[in-house]
Design a protein around this ligand. Structure first.
Ligand code: SF4
Length: 395
């Protein structure tokens, strides 16, 4: 049996995260938030499937208005993630139980206002409307100053927290960003929050969360592997990270992010339940289980997806690139312009979807924009070219 650690306990609607509360399973609705009927039906279905908290995307005043209507029609615990527009907090807070903010996104709007002032504002809103916060740090949207600092250090030969330079370049800014924000929240006397530190690499998720848990053992952790991809690969990646951490007693809430259609999101809840059952029975996955060399990541999709073909596209690309499974490349497929451009920057073949076109990238370089019917062929061509160069160098 795993001995769970005891963290602070925070109230989220009629549920709790941390303390003696059971691990809370979360998921996210991927319906259009303005489609109130569809979103309410999805939220209720997900809550009945076992989600203790359902997240909704809100990007505009119209979404915030729809959220107020959704709140009236469901008793499920709701959370919202703020992207760049942190000022939406005061509009959404009356209608949710938790707000997630991303430290890496606080730098975009009102750049002359210090991030501390922005967090103070979020804390004031959270107190006024009786909601919890999540500090959600993510590899694809890191604080740019931290990324630059660690890249400089590595370039100067100053080793980071890990032996592998590439991993350290992500690991250290992830950890530093989380520590900076929790220390600030504590300093202003706000403790009703949890933290997530997500990466698309399960091993990094384990290392960074383990380290954070050792440094700040009182703070509840929300576990997840970002952009884990479609099942079964997405479930495998999530199991590798989450079962390992939970078996060590680390983790108070979790979300398994899977690239599935909006009406299939209960699969995230099922995968979360499987993970908890495996941990409870001691049947956890071997942490040394190897993933294929070809690293395929894709976002779970959400209300922000601009074209309903995104999930099918991600799945088709995964099949179309099976031939390259032994090559050490990364393919990233993202559903929208909000996180797509940033989260494809480190991919050998990156795709991010717009309304009618899909943008194809090689690292941070954009190759072009292609229609949904031609993008697979273009992406495979790019991958074949990478393989050709790789094989040439290996000779
Ligand atoms: S990349 Fe866009 S569509 Fe995909 S989960 Fe993130 S915000 Fe949603």
């Amino acid at each position: 049996m795993t001995t769970r650690r005891t963290t602070r306990k925070i109230k989220v609607g009629n549920a709790f995260i941390g303390g003696d509360a059971p691990v809370l399973i979360q998921t996210m609705a991927a319906t259009k938030t303005f489609d109130v009927d569809a979103t309410v039906a999805t939220v209720d279905y997900l809550a009945q499937s076992g989600a203790g908290l359902v997240r909704i995307a809100v990007d505009s005043i119209n979404d915030a208005k729809a959220l107020a209507e959704i709140r009236k029609q469901t008793t499920a615990n709701l959370s919202v993630d703020l992207q760049e527009n942190f000022r939406l907090a005061e509009l959404v807070a009356p209608n949710v139980d938790k707000i997630r903010y991303n430290p890496g996104h606080l730098h975009h709007l009102e750049p002359n206002l210090a991030w501390e002032k922005k967090v103070e504002y979020l804390v004031d809103v959270a107190k006024e409307f009786d909601v919890a916060l999540r500090v959600g740090v993510n590899c694809g949207s890191l604080d740019p100053t931290k990324l630059a600092k660690y890249r400089d250090q590595l370039a100067n030969g100053d080793a980071g927290a890990q032996e592998n330079d590439e991993a350290a370049a992500v690991f250290d800014p992830l950890l530093e960003s989380a520590l900076e924000h929790v220390d600030f929240l504590d300093s202003v006397g706000f403790t009703r929050y949890c933290v997530s530190i997500k990466d698309s690499d399960p091993e990094t998720v384990v290392l960074v969360n383990r380290r954070f848990a050792a440094l700040r053992p009182q703070i509840p952790l929300h576990l997840g592997v970002t952009e884990a991809g479609a099942p079964p690969r997405g479930v495998l990646k999530s199991r590798l990270a989450l079962e390992t951490l939970l078996a060590e007693g680390i983790g108070e809430t979790l979300r398994v992010s899977l690239t599935v259609e909006a009406n299939q999101k209960a699969k995230e809840v099922e995968a979360g339940r499987l993970i908890l059952e495996n941990v409870a029975s001691g049947n956890v996955i071997d942490p040394s289980t190897r993933l294929p060399n070809l690293n395929i990541v894709s976002c779970p999709s959400c209300s922000r997806v601009q074209n309903g073909r995104f999930v099918e596209l991600a799945r088709t690309l995964e099949k179309a690139t099976e031939f390259a499974k032994d090559y050490p490349f990364k393919i990233a497929t993202m559903g929208c312009r909000v996180n797509g451009p940033g989260e494809t920057d480190d991919a050998d073949v990156g795709l991010w979807c717009g309304a009618d076109k899909v943008n194809l990238k090689s690292g941070s370089t954009t190759i072009g924009s292609f229609g949904y019917d031609e993008i697979i062929e273009k992406a495979v061509e790019l991958l074949q070219e990478k393989i050709r160069l790789y094989d040439q160098q290996a000779k």
